[in-house]
Design a protein around this ligand. Structure first.
Ligand code: FES
Ligand code: FE
Length: 377
């Protein structure tokens, strides 16, 4: 018989991580789906991707498929992607466009772009059916920073006190992020990563820079202070400064693109990373913004969609943004490879009690406390 080593009393420099099963147990993941992804504001699509009335996307939020679309008046709407008749999945495509209604492929119940039931075989012979009542079930929606956020909770938490507060906690206010005019930027590039790792490994990795010197040679060239391993991004208002000879946030430090005009001198030549729990990372540099959205699919599988956003004229001009995109694409690939290397070891008996966090990672303990509903220390 072998058993997990007894958790030793930790020296002061170390605090413990979550135990291994938090990253492998389907029951833990199911609880997170219910208590986190289906309870909090969850960032689903970029508003501009719904570019006209009838444009739609389907996304996975917790255990639900959500249909996000634009109404005839141009507003964004979100519905459960479930037909109110006998529950068929209404839309099976990841994205598409309808002219004026969604029709269920099973018995042809038809809903307008506001979700109201407008037609069904023999509907006129059932005058007692309330067409609003039997319309698609609506989901709470907010738009901010050019993205659509939904909340499946019956009583959504305050958007201001959760999502917006995360930005305030990081930058000191929301004005600073407003200067980047993210909603007005254009999409220069998008990559989708299929990561065979638990979503928490991806968040924990993003929150620390202890690994930067080991796995991010290109990033530490551009941001030399990251080589020290301290997550400078977690001091309120601090942005990591570009190296002296670095001209732009690019793979080789060469010149980037036209700066976003609102970005003042105090935020120039700096990189800011922000974690918006539970599934968004925002990265700010003077000439572009990188937004990651995570879609946790299983305890060992997360899809990450990453957008590179530039001034609209940069995108429209067709300029080659690959030097710029390549830097963070490489960072993403290095990070996700590290997460995938870690995931299989989470079920090792020697990790039953978890691992440890060094001082420059201690703030990750706050994430663990938050996840377990413990008050902040
Ligand atoms: Fe959709 Fe019957 S299940 S119309
Ligand atoms: Fe990293």
């Amino acid at each position: 018989m072998t058993s997990a080593p007894e958790a030793p009393a930790l020296p002061e420099s170390l605090i413990s991580t979550l135990p291994g099963h938090f990253y492998t147990d389907p029951a833990v993941f199911a609880l997170e789906q219910e208590k986190v992804f289906e309870a909090m504001w969850f960032c689903v699509v970029r508003s501009a991707d719904l570019d006209k009335p009838g444009a739609f996307k389907t996304v996975t939020v917790g255990r639900e498929s959500v249909l996000v679309s634009r109404s005839r008046k141009g507003d964004v709407r979100a519905f459960y992607n479930v037909c109110r008749h006998r529950g068929a999945r209404l839309c099976t495509e990841e994205s598409g466009e309808v002219r004026r209604s969604f029709q269920c492929p099973y018995h042809a119940w038809t809903y307008d772009l506001d979700g109201k039931l407008i037609a069904a075989p023999n509907l006129t012979k059932m005058p007692d059916i309330d067409r609003q009542e039997y319309g698609l079930t609506k989901i709470a929606v907010r738009e901010w920073l050019g993205y659509v956020w939904v909340c499946l909770a019956d009583e959504p938490p305050s958007f201001e006190d959760t999502v917006m507060q995360e930005i305030v906690d990081r930058l000191g206010d929301t004005d600073s992020i407003d200067h980047y005019t993210i909603a007005d930027l254009g999409l220069g590039h998008r990559k989708v990563y299929d990561v065979k790792a638990n979503w928490k490994l991806i968040i924990e990795n993003f929150m620390e820079c202890y690994h930067c010197a080991t796995i991010h040679p290109e990033l530490t060239e551009v941001l030399p202070e990251f080589a020290d391993g301290y997550a400078a991004q977690y001091y309120v208002g601090h942005g990591a400064e570009f190296g002296d000879d670095v001209r732009g946030f690019t793979i080789d430090g060469s010149e980037g693109f036209d700066h976003i005009p609102g970005v003042g001198e105090d935020m120039d030549r700096r990189y800011y990373a922000i974690t918006v729990r539970p599934q968004v990372f925002v990265n700010l540099v003077p000439d572009h913004v990188i937004v990651h959205r995570m879609f946790p699919m299983a305890e060992d599988h997360t899809i990450v969609e990453c957008d590179w956003l530039y001034m609209p004229h940069v995108v429209e001009s067709g300029k080659d943004v690959s030097h710029s995109v390549e830097l963070f694409h490489r960072v993403n690939s290095q990070d996700f490879e590290a997460c995938e290397r870690t995931q299989p070891a989470m079920s090792s008996r020697t990790y039953r009690n978890g691992g440890v966090l060094v001082p420059s990672e201690h703030h990750i303990g706050e994430f663990h406390n938050w996840l377990q509903g413990k008050p902040p220390e």
